[in-house]
Design a protein around this ligand. Structure first.
Ligand SMILES: [Zn+2]
Length: 259
């Protein structure tokens, strides 16, 4: 029988990861804070980013864990009906976390730039009716042929009062870690990395990542994590495991086709 407390990608493991950051004095910095204070950052810091792709309630769960430990994170929400839940978004912001927009307008508009920027503006306004919006972050849409970041080859997000984009506006001094592909910087990850940054630190398991934090191997961490992957019980965990297996297989086929 699987022991839930020993599994990776659970809310228990997430709590351990957050505790390690706090106990080893990584100062939490939101994306907005990072972008607006680039020259005045703590010696040791962590940007904790959450992409809410599917289940906002899982985001809320993670937000509570962080709040209890005194960690501030940045939560990026898609605007799909089941994800954009104003009540949850407001609650997360009230806890002191930053809320941002996880945009995917170019892939939604199937590459039509003009249509995409119109949709983007509408979405930005939807956020601003309920919360502060300063930063944005692309949704990878790895099964689409469009890279949502390409929208900014033609338009400028600053024209919409946006301070920065979570991939395009960050510096290469950051050590980026993502749970996309159900590992840390797994190869089952087609778009989720900082463009131009070649050095990627791999960590198979969250325990390995925690080890790196405890040894203080890096001065900063930029961690991206999808809370829906970090289950609160065994059935949720099994479901997420199967979903990830499916995604990783689909992406392996795409990687092979694009070669
Ligand atoms: Zn996403």
């Amino acid at each position: 029988m699987l022991d839930f407390n020993e599994l990776d990608f659970t809310i228990v493991k997430f709590h351990k990861l957050c505790s390690a950051l706090v106990n080893n004095n990584y100062v939490p910095v939101t994306m907005e804070h990072y972008l607006s204070s680039r020259n005045d950052l703590p010696e040791r810091f962590v940007i904790m980013r959450h992409d809410i792709d599917k289940w906002p309630k899982a985001g809320l769960r993670a937000a509570h864990v962080e709040k209890d430990l005194g960690l501030k994170a940045t939560y990026y929400f898609r605007t799909k009906n089941n994800v954009f839940v104003p009540q949850i978004i407001k609650e997360i912001e009230k806890m002191g976390h930053e809320v941002g927009y996880h945009y995917e307008n170019l892939s939604t508009a199937d590459g039509d730039y003009e249509k995409a920027i119109g949709l983007f503006e509408e979405d930005v306004n939807r956020f601003r009716e309920i919360c502060t919006l300063k930063t944005i972050c692309m949704h990878g849409a790895s099964l689409s042929k469009h890279d949502n970041r390409d929208l900014w080859n033609k338009y400028d997000f600053r024209d919409f009062g946006i301070l920065g984009e979570a991939y395009l506006s960050v510096g290469d001094e950051l050590n980026y870690f993502t749970d996309t592909g159900r590992g840390w910087n797994s190869k089952s990850n087609l778009r989720d990395f900082i463009p131009g940054k070649n050095k990627r630190i791999f960590a198979d398991t969250t325990d390995n990542l925690i080890g790196l934090i405890e040894r203080g191997e890096v001065d900063n961490l930029y961690i991206t994590l999808h809370p829906e992957r970090w289950s609160a019980n065994l059935s949720g965990w099994s479901f997420a495991w199967v979903l990830d297996l499916g995604y990783n297989s689909a992406k392996a086929i795409l990687r092979w086709m694009r070669k």
